[in-house]
Design a protein around this ligand. Sequence first.
Ligand code: AHE
Ligand code: ZN
Length: 376
Amino acid sequence: KSASPITCKAAVAWEPKKPLSIETIEVAPPKAGEVRLKVVSTGICHTDLYTLSGQDAEGKFPCIFGHEGGCIVESVGEGVTSVQPGDHVVPLYTAECRKCKMCKSGKTNLCSSVRATQGQGVMPDGTSRFTCKGQTVYHYMGTSTFSEYTVVSEVSCAKVSPEASLEKVCLLGCGIPTGYGAVVNTAKVEEGSVIAVFGCGAIGLSVIQGAVAAKASKIIAIDINNDKFKLAKEFGATDFINPKDYPDKKIQDVIVEQFDGGVDYSFEASGGNVEVMRSALECCHKGWGTSVIISVAAAGQEIKTRPFQLVTGRVWKGSAFGGVKGRTELPGYVENYIKGNLKIDEYINGTLTLEKINEGVEAMHTGKIIRLVVNM
Ligand code: AHE
Ligand code: ZN
């Protein structure tokens, strides 16, 4: 057990809309039930950019963002038994304590053990482990992986095989399970189903992977950028629709006409566009079609449809982190990757050093990038 603070580099967000600032910070030792991690690699997700934009109702500043980490346990706090120094872990923004009402329900992955304090940017005891220039810096999503070292709760650590490269499995911290799990956990897509996915970024591609695994018969990829279809096709999408090719029609009507009354399942991975969420619901087949909302809409946004859509049997759902219970399920995702049954490398457009993280943030804004991985 380690009792001393670690001094290291981190990308600090001092205030909304400003570039991240590479700073020297102090990371306090883990308290009881906590784990200090050496971050080896981290992805950059659109949600990091969203919170940096100042639109996230839970955004706190100054803060260290990042929630797609590939990490090694550096030290553990009192009472920690499930991981030890040297273990490879993926930090979880959706913890899994296995003791709370949510975990015990068997109906959801939304563990409540640390969620309230996590949303306030602090550890469960109400304090932060990060200091910079004498100032307290907040945690983010219970993970804060844009730092060489971070502290997370034990219940937020998915221990995974050390055989897989952390530079790759970091992407299992968000994008991949979120889309894949929405298909296999939330929708429970059956063999032969016709599915549609709105948006072909990291989440949409992961929906496609999940749909291939579930043996969907048709996988319709929808995006307003034709460039996105190349990778979608490589991942297994069978049909491609660009709504811009139908300027005078609602895209849901196009899908209902072209696909025999609509799809069995649709997935909204558009990056939080509530109009797209409506289209995703309304392209579902009457009587049974189910639509799953995956992406995060800005604070204040609301969805709408005619109630008749639901009265006539369509179902509107949503899931966070693909309904994945991280400590239980992520080791299996890593095994699948090792066996060649799960794509991860294909998402990565390039790598960066922490010093260049703002270039990564800018690149994500262009929409041309699926994922960049920052190696610490
Ligand atoms: N803080 C936002 C909500 C953000 C949100 O919905 N987050 C997603 C994960 S985004 C991953 O890139 C999520 O899983 N939420 C479930 C949870 O428990 O936060 C707001 O609107 O206040
Ligand atoms: Zn994310």
